[in-house]
Write a protein that binds this ligand. Structure first.
Ligand SMILES: [Zn+2]
Length: 60
């Protein structure tokens, strides 16, 4: 992995966002929601979604 741009947000009420954009254009996004569920999404630089997972305490 080379250079990466990272952006993070946190509203301190349970929502957190952690996005990484790599120099080649790949992205990895991690979002934590107020209900405790987590979404992780990885998109390759050509736009292909390599992973898109949403986990939580409850069934979707
Ligand atoms: Zn890439």
């Amino acid at each position: 992995m080379g250079d990466a741009d990272r952006s993070q947000e946190d509203d301190f009420e349970g929502f957190r966002l952690d996005d990484v954009l790599f120099a080649c254009g790949c992205r990895q996004m991690r979002h934590e929601f107020h209900d405790g569920s987590v979404r992780i999404r990885t998109v390759r630089h050509d736009g292909k979604v390599l992973m898109d997972e949403h986990s939580g305490d409850h069934e979707a």
